[in-house]
Design a protein. Structure first.
Length: 432
């Protein structure tokens, strides 16, 4: 059995894709098994060989005591018997699923696949993708058939970037297989590293669907909060005050308004609605939530401009500082960051915009969004937008912002982290 052979190190496990998801999984397995870590980015591979995490999530200690070989050479994958695919699944500019990474990984594995091998996908996809899109690629290139010649499975990732509490070992792992034998073996392999245990899903499609609705549910709840924040803003009451009061009831769900970006919540619902559309069903509630959340960046920018106008700012000469560029706090990941929407909307009003971030890489931001980062704030600003609540910003005071702005400035606090601290009459404070 594959489980016994892996534990005895007679066979190797390979992880394809060593980003935020793949690297932690690979290193965790490498504490007990012989692992091949594969990534197509040779530069990232070289960093990992030196014990460095390109994503800056793991420290050098995570690499210690592990039996792992990092490589960008597809031939090395021939030595593996159990493959885990952890590549990104983004959407294109039209919000259509982009399967190139996951199909590319399937292509690579298909070229080295042998009888008796296991292939488990972790990338978030729509129900049916593993068997209807990836399996044919594996079969065509290998000349093998599942489940007779090789086993197929799906076990969705649940890693939360920047979260040191909810890690791979402490989150229940959903697992699935193409038959009873594969389900049993895949479950046993993951139980080696997941202390919280595994949940055996009824089928691969069920596991795919379970993952995609986790983020769809969060997306819709945040969309409701974002819509409420717009309504309460017009009424003239603070959204967080309302949520604090409503939250005293035991069954009130504690979500809050904000920017919804990143490679999960802001993307996954589009995979589900794409699949639904292909089956003749047009999603309404899910896409309504997506529309609200996708407009929050421009909305924050427009409200900032309105407040600056009320403060009698000359927009043709005005400067705005945006603090934070990553998709969430305390990470370096800029993928699908909605802060870029704020910046672009502000620039559409011909405003001069500076952006700072203690975690993001300026070259990456420039390449992805077309604007660089400043090392630090430069001079006086007519408005400051705290877009991401990095830990470095939590201790800021009224005086901190007073030094950045002249009189009649505007402070926009997207997540409301300063709402109990700000009462300076010299500038206007606003939060979602």
């Amino acid at each position: 059995m594959i489980y016994d052979d892996l534990v005895a190190k007679k066979e190797k496990l390979a992880v394809i894709g060593l980003g935020y998801v793949g690297l932690p999984i690979a290193l965790e397995f490498a504490k007990q098994l012989s692992v091949i870590g594969f990534d197509i980015n040779a530069q990232r591979v070289e960093m990992m060989k030196q014990g460095l995490d390109p994503s800056k999530e793991l420290d050098a200690a995570a690499f210690k005591g592990t039996d792992i070989t990092f490589t960008a050479d597809i031939e090395e994958l021939r030595k593996a018997k159990f493959f885990i695919v952890a590549v990104p699944t983004p959407v294109d500019q039209h919000n259509v699923p982009d399967l190139k990474p996951v199909l590319g990984a399937s292509d690579s594995i298909g070229k080295v696949l042998k009888k008796g091998d296991y292939v488990v996908f972790e990338s978030t996809v729509y129900p049916g993708c593993t068997e209807e899109d990836c399996q044919p690629v594996l079969e065509k290139l290998s000349g093998l058939k599942s489940p007779v010649d090789f086993k197929l499975g799906y076990s969705p990732e649940r890693i939360n970037p920047g979260d040191k509490e909810h890690t791979i070992t402490s989150i229940v792992k959903v697992v699935s297989g193409c038959d009873a034998e594969s389900l049993d073996q895949i479950a046993k392999v993951y139980e080696l590293v997941v202390k919280a245990g595994v949940h055996r899903a009824a089928s691969i499609k069920v596991a795919e669907a379970a993952k995609i609705i986790e983020n769809t549910q969060r997306d819709l709840n945040i969309a409701l909060m974002n819509e409420l924040s717009r309504i309460f803003d017009k009424i003239g009451i603070n959204t967080y005050d309302v949520l604090e009061a409503a939250g005293t009831k035991w069954n009130f769900l504690k979500f809050s308004p904000g920017l919804v970006g990143g490679h999960c919540i802001g993307v996954d619902p589009y995979y589900l609605t794409y699949k639904a559309n292909s089956l003749g069903y047009d999603s309404e509630v899910i896409l309504a939530g997506r529309r609200i959340n996708d407009d929050m960046g421009p909305y924050v920018a427009r409200r900032t401009v309105q407040l600056m106008t009320k403060q009698h700012k000359d927009l043709s000469e005005a400067k705005v500082l945006v603090m934070g560029a990553t998709f969430k706090e305390n990470v370096s990941d800029i993928r699908n960051s909605k802060v870029a929407d704020i910046v672009n909307e502000l620039k559409a009003f011909s405003l001069t915009v500076d952006v700072v971030d203690p975690h993001a890489d300026s070259d990456e931001v420039k390449h992805e969004y077309g604007f660089p980062l400043r090392e630090k704030a430069n001079g006086k600003y007519d408005a400051v937008i705290v877009a991401v609540n990095h830990k470095e910003y939590l201790g800021f005071t009224q005086d901190s912002f007073g030094d950045m702005m002249g009189d009649n400035g505007v402070l926009v606090d997207v997540k409301g982290i300063y709402r109990r601290k700000m009462n300076n009459p010299n500038y206007k404070y606003w939060c979602l």
